[in-house]
Design a protein around this ligand. Structure first.
Ligand SMILES: Cc1cc2nc3c(=O)[nH]c(=O)nc-3n(C[C@H](O)[C@H](O)[C@H](O)COP(=O)(O)OP(=O)(O)OC[C@H]3O[C@@H](n4cnc5c(N)ncnc54)[C@H](O)[C@@H]3O)c2cc1C
Length: 387
């Protein structure tokens, strides 16, 4: 059985971010095995996030936007984001950049194998063989894993098209962050537009609910959205689909003394937005530092604070209850609080006073009730979270 100091199971955002951190000279004496079932080369995800400063992969940011628009049927506002910028990293650039460096690192081994089981004692069984690690970092989440689903879990599911138009139709300085001016069908549905230039953009149709659509239904909705935008003459260059669990499941990083769950599997995605790209960097920087200092990998990780967990659980509860459409909740939140305060809140950097102000701009009775229920709720924890 081949033994390694660290086994990284899953080479997506979390696995590669951790790999990148472990490429630093201080870890050169450590043997690292990276396992993924796929050769990660495709541009399967367009990672976006807002930030004021710079992140670990600033060199991979291929587009930034200084402005963002939020739209509803009777609301349309364009926000100057400064001091924030909305940024984009293409997954193909991210995967290529990190895999290339790993290939040159003598202490790294990369295998393309299916992980079948991970045991508490650090053994990892793949379709070909069994490895053993002093520590295993596992991000091999399957979103269909039943145990992920609490009654309030929503799926953020979407399909996007990168299109090129003959005529210049986009404002390349402004992202459409949420466009609720589309039929809500009793759910939370919105358009999301990332214009790369005046005639090239990623246009996404996104839903937060509990049921996926047939692929043809996303296509139908996208066609109708494009017609609404008066875009009829275009060529489709790429497609992007995704499902992100938005769950109040009590994720935990530590599974055993040797096995740690990272990425979405460790609860790194914010439940109310599904964003995890930047949070993953913040958490894994501390985890890598712990390894350097000989501490337990999960010591003092900057994970989500309890009150923000409750806010996220509250929003999921209200959305899952179907009492309000996404438009009714989100357009009011942006209209009454502005983009800066909402970004600060979603970054979990607000004060309690600011949070109370934000709460007061929601349908207060329903949110207050859901908040109290989320405080009382004890979603069942699972000591193991195997997919
Ligand atoms: C299409 C899409 C767009 C997104 N856009 C954004 C965004 O704009 N901003 C943002 O912050 N977040 C975004 N997210 C959410 C989140 O950041 C990503 O899902 C991110 O990839 C999560 O990182 P992860 O490491 O947990 O999972 P992944 O990146 O999915 O990595 C898991 C890896 O494990 C591998 N794997 C799984 N099971 C096995 C197995 N049994 N054996 C071997 N390998 C296995 C997979 O092949 C994969 O490479 C997006 C998600 C999707 C799906």
């Amino acid at each position: 059985m081949k033994a390694f100091d660290y086994i990284i199971a899953g080479g997506g955002v979390a696995g590669l971010t951790l790999s990148y951190l472990l490429l630093a000279p201080e870890y050169r004496q450590k043997s690292v095995l990276l396992i993924d079932r796929q050769a990660k080369t495709d541009n399967d995800k367009t990672f976006c996030f807002w930030e004021k400063g710079e992140n670990l992969f600033e060199n991979l940011v291929s587009k930034t936007w200084p402005r963002a628009q939020v739209k509803g049927t009777e609301f349309n506002k364009s926000y100057d984001l400064a001091p924030y910028k909305y940024k984009m990293v293409r997954s193909a650039d991210f995967y290529t950049f990190i895999y290339k460096q790993i290939a040159d690192a003598p202490n790294f081994t990369v295998v393309q194998e299916e992980v079948q089981a991970i045991f508490d004692n650090g053994k990892v069984k793949t379709a070909r063989q069994t490895y053993t690690g002093q520590y295993v970092f596992d991000s091999t989440l399957n979103y269909q894993t039943k145990r992920l689903y609490t009654p309030n879990t929503l799926l953020q599911h979407f399909k996007g098209l990168v299109i090129e138009t003959k005529e210049p139709v986009f404002n390349a300085d402004e992202v459409t962050y949420m466009d609720f001016s589309i039929p809500q069908e009793g759910d939370c549905r919105f358009g999301y537009i990332l214009p790369f230039s005046e005639n090239k953009a990623l246009i996404e149709y996104t839903i937060f609910n509990q049921f996926l659509l047939d692929d043809s239904e996303y296509d139908k909705q996208l066609e109708s959205y494009l017609r609404k935008l008066k875009i009829t003459d275009y060529e489709v260059l790429e497609t992007e689909t995704g499902v992100i669990p938005m769950s109040d499941y009590p994720f935990s990083v530590k599974r055993s003394k040797q096995v740690f769950q990272i990425g979405i599997k460790g609860g790194f995605a914010k439940a109310s937005t599904g964003y995890s790209f930047l949070r993953t960097q913040r958490i894994l920087k501390k985890l890598a530092q712990n390894l350097k200092e000989g501490k337990s990998p999960n010591a003092d990780l900057p994970l989500q604070k309890k009150r923000f967990k409750n806010y996220d659980a509250t929003l999921l509860r209200v959305l899952a209850s179907g009492q309000f459409t996404g438009e009714e909740i989100f357009t009011e939140l942006f209209k009454k609080n502005g983009m800066h305060l909402m970004f600060k809140f979603l970054d979990e950097e607000t004060t309690v006073a600011e949070e109370l102000k934000i709460m007061s701009t929601t349908p207060i009775k329903s949110f207050a009730k859901a908040f109290v229920n989320s405080l009382a709720a004890k979603p069942k924890a699972h000591s193991k979270f195997l997919s």
